[in-house]
Design a protein around this ligand. Structure first.
Ligand SMILES: Nc1ncnc2c1ncn2[C@@H]1O[C@H](COP(=O)(O)OP(=O)(O)O)[C@@H](O)[C@H]1O
Ligand SMILES: [Mg+2]
Length: 329
């Protein structure tokens, strides 16, 4: 296999609060190979956004700080770069789509002005050519009448249109890696599907590698080649979409799969994993899922299991040698 385009090694991102250190990302490893779509999934509060913000070096600091680890983008450790060097990479080699487009769109400038600005930061291109390219990019993300939209301000657009504009900005300089953090969570279902199609299309046509962050396993099943499941700052399971859906090896993943809403009309009540993601602190021992796990054993509360290979390239962090599989869903 080729080298990963993005490789996260033992990343630890903590918040220094007056109640002590909160480990939001607690030593995760993750690789993204060229052309791959990898899903990072887990419930809210698991550390997914902090992982993506760490990669772009956008962790709010203080109180956040990347305490340990390396993030290699095409072999270069981003942790070691200066802010100025990082600015050259953000938006160019790696870019990000957020859940809320207004975090990356400026309300004071028109869509066209912002696209032109982004293009001209990274490429030697005249204002006139940049304006043309801006309209082309809007057309590419399926915006009707781009020549009108370039003159509009973000607040004049619908949520779905704003999300498209943000994607246009994110892909404007042909990034090799795209990180999409819950890109469709705030949108209507029909718009969600269109936005996911757009990201997938970009992946297929340009070979852009995508790290897809979501709490929605349905999105992952449709979009991704591989998945990493995150729980309380740690990766608890990793493998191909096929292997994970067919035979999840971690009770948390099994719970997430069970929680996927079934077809309408199904009589079964919607399942949700009992309990909540624990409030993280640096005194936690044992498996983080122990408090909610239906298979918990004494050992689980005391010792944290390692992430081990269960089947070829399928990893799980669990003391159970074999997880009882539920009936086919
Ligand atoms: N500003 C902050 N100060 C302290 N802790 C924070 C802050 N932002 C996030 N966290 C903690 O980091 C953890 C991970 O958050 P996040 O990465 O946003 O989760 P996710 O994206 O998976 O929902 C959470 O448990 C949260 O308590
Ligand atoms: Mg998040």
């Amino acid at each position: 296999m080729s080298e990963p385009v993005l490789r996260i090694e033992n990343l630890k991102t903590v918040f220094r609060t007056n109640r002590g250190e909160v480990p939001a990302v607690d030593g995760i490893d993750l690789a993204l190979y060229p052309g791959e779509v990898v899903g990072l999934v887990g419930e809210s509060g698991c550390g997914k956004s902090m992982t993506s913000l760490s990669v772009l070096r956008l962790v709010p600091s203080p109180p956040g700080v990347i305490a340990e680890g390396s993030i290699y983008l095409k072999g270069q450790d981003l942790i070691r770069l200066t802010e100025k060097e990082m600015c050259r990479i953000r938006g160019k080699t790696i870019s990000m789509i957020f859940q809320e487009p207004m975090t990356s769109l400026n309300p004071l400038f028109t869509v066209g002005q912002q696209l032109v600005e982004t293009l001209r930061i990274h490429e030697p291109i005249s204002r006139k050519d940049a304006r043309e390219k801006a309209a082309e990019l809007l057309a590419e993300v399926g915006i009707p009448r781009p020549e009108k939209v370039v003159k509009q301000y973000p607040h004049e657009l619908s949520g779905g249109m704003r999300q498209r504009v943000m994607i246009a900005m994110a892909i404007s300089c042909d990034p090799e890696v795209l990180i999409a953090d819950e890109p469709t969570t705030a949108l209507d279902v029909t718009i969600q599907a269109q936005i996911l199609d757009l990201i997938r299309e970009r992946n297929k046509r340009c070979g852009t590698s995508v790290l897809m962050i979501t709490h929605d396993l349905g999105v992952v099943a449709e979009m991704c080649d591989r998945i990493a499941v995150m729980y309380a700052g740690k990766v608890v399971e990793q493998g191909t979409v096929k292997d994970i859906f067919r035979s999840p090896q971690h009770p948390y993943t099994q719970g997430l799969i069970r929680s996927i809403p079934r077809l309408e009309g199904s009589r079964e009540r919607l399942y949700s994993i009992p309990g909540q993601v624990p409030v993280m602190n640096n005194l936690m021992t044992g498996c983080r899922f122990a408090t909610r796990c239906p298979y918990v054993m004494n050992r689980c509360r005391e010792e944290l299991p390692e992430l081990t290979e269960r089947n070829p390239r399928h990893y799980s962090r669990c003391w159970l040698e074999e997880l009882p599989q539920e009936d086919a869903i």
